[in-house]
Design a binder for this molecule. Structure first.
Ligand SMILES: Nc1ncnc2c1ncn2[C@@H]1O[C@H](COP(=O)(O)OP(=O)(O)OP(=O)(O)O)[C@@H](O)[C@H]1O
Length: 357
């Protein structure tokens, strides 16, 4: 794998070529541009990247002069040729992301054919106490690695939902046939969304339950409002309420991932900060192992400042589980000593530039 950033946040032009190294390590002081490298990498997956930022913020100094470009060569399977992926914005269309795969224009949804990623960032430390929508985004990323069609259903569900809300809240009375057609679309794609989420949560729950005791706590997972089969009726009955609320009050866009610290039989939100981080790492590792077993593909793992608060035993256990997976994990940290002995491609990041160790 190789990665090149041009005019991306504080990176003028940075290039890294770690090949198939099991670990890629980025160290450097605060504000050096380590997370920015992971964010650029996260644009090789479907979605808005690991910060969820507007694209115009990602071009250097807000893109006043130029759009950004992120280029990568991925090594899919041993023996197969590398895939060249380029994603970019232009100064005259700063919120539009363009994609080329092997030199040919491609829709952004094509990224799910090539790159499956999971990340852990400091912003996710409070995920269990955060909003349901933050947990749903996290869950959907887990689901996407197992069901690549998930993103398409989400896009079509949301488009139908927005159109229904517009129709309901317009000054003129809504055409019942048009409303019913939009609700049928919501029901079709909503059922697919809920089904894929339920399948992923149950497979992941089984994998977590089957794990031997180890240094990471065992979470148990549940999806709220899992049965969406009555959605057409629920939507029809909720029309007046939804008109008043100005949004759809029923449907899978309101589902939540409920996480419990199983060993303590306690909601994850009540666990300590370190415990919550360890629960998230448990989910991430079990998920990566599940994706590898089910799809034969190894997700790329981006772990931003993930080890600083782990004790040495848990740190070593994390590195061992990641190494056993056989994929590639990109790690950042301010302190290189925390990664001593790790077989890694090492880079020092300094003021938006890469220095190879
Ligand atoms: N669009 C942009 N143009 C130029 N610089 C930017 C842009 N967006 C962010 N930056 C700069 O990038 C730097 C932050 O980079 P990043 O978050 O990658 O740091 P980091 O090395 O991960 O730091 P930490 O260890 O504190 O997490 C900040 O100095 C910020 O001002």
């Amino acid at each position: 794998m190789s990665l090149e950033l041009r005019v991306f946040r504080n990176h003028g032009h940075s290039r890294l070529a770690p090949g198939a190294a099991p670990f890629v390590l980025l160290t450097g002081p605060n504000g050096a541009g380590k997370t920015n490298v992971l964010e650029a990498l996260s644009l090789l997956a479907v979605g808005r990247g690991l910060r969820g930022s507007p694209l115009s913020q990602m071009a250097a100094n807000g893109g006043a002069q130029a759009g950004f470009t992120v280029l990568a060569e991925l090594l899919p399977d041993p023996g197969l040729p590398a895939i060249a992926i380029a994603t970019a914005t232009r100064a005259d269309a700063p919120e539009r992301r363009l994609l080329k795969i092997n030199g040919a224009n491609a829709p952004l949804s094509a990224l799910s054919d090539w790159s499956s990623q999971l990340w852990l960032t400091p912003a996710m430390d409070r995920l269990f106490a955060d909003t349901a929508s933050a947990r749903r985004r996290f869950l959907d990323r887990l689901v996407l690695a197992l069901s690549p069609g998930h993103a398409g259903h989400a896009t079509r569900y949301e488009a139908a939902m927005r159109a229904r809300t517009r129709l309901l809240t317009a000054d003129t009375p809504a055409d019942p046939a048009w409303l019913a057609a939009l609700e049928a679309q919501m029901a079709e794609h909503g059922a697919a969304l809920a089904e894929a989420r339920a399948t992923a949560v149950s497979a992941l729950g089984e994998a977590l339950a089957a794990q031997a005791d180890g240094p990471f706590p065992r979470p148990s997972l549940a999806l709220t409002d899992a049965d969406q089969s009555a959605l057409p009726d629920r939507l029809r009955h909720a029309r007046a309420a939804d008109k008043a609320a100005g949004r759809a009050t029923q449907g899978p866009h309101r589902q939540d991932l409920a996480v419990t610290h199983a060993d303590k039989a306690m909601p994850a939100a009540l666990a300590s900060t370190g415990e919550q981080k360890a629960l998230l790492i448990s989910i991430l590792l079990a998920h990566a192992e599940l994706v590898a077993a089910r799809t034969g593909r190894l997700p790329l793992l981006l772990l931003d400042e993930a080890v600083a608060h782990l004790d040495p035993g848990r740190r070593a256990a994390l590195f061992a589980r990641l190494a056993a997976l056989g994929g590639q994990a990109w790690l950042t940290g301010t302190d290189p000593l925390l990664f001593e002995g790790l077989e890694a491609a090492r880079y020092t990041v300094s003021e938006g530039a890469i220095v190879t160790d």
